[in-house]
Design a protein around this ligand. Sequence first.
Ligand code: DQA
Length: 147
Amino acid sequence: MTSILILNGPNLNLLGTRQPEVYGNTTLGDIEAMCRARAEEMGLALAFEQSNSEGVLIDMIHAARDTHDGIILNAGAYTHTSVALMDAISSTELPVIELHLSNIHAREEFRHRSYIARVAVGVICGFGAAGYPLAMDALATHLSDGS
Ligand code: DQA
């Protein structure tokens, strides 16, 4: 069975109460439930994780090499700063879809740069919580036919 990891970075544990005008009212628990339902429909095994720590995220990416076929990563603010996360992705050679709830290109200049995008298969942003199932479809398609 194809297995995917959805990894959420810093401050995403606060979804639902954090800047709802930017990120919406959906909690990370709601998003996890939505992803689990979608994974069942799609016949995918799913791990869903969150950490505020860059090192823990890197360790989870390394561990994914042995347990998962691909990763959906919302790295939060580390997207814009972390060469270390980019290198971790390159090291695992697993396909990664970069994901953001907000449209980072319509926001502040410092959010326009992504270190993750350089090593990602593709990027989904701006669709709020609905981006998670979109990213699952994109990753499953990529894993099945390389597109
Ligand atoms: C985010 C966008 C990032 O710029 C921000 O730092 C986040 C959330 C998003 O999902 O829209 O923490 O990744």
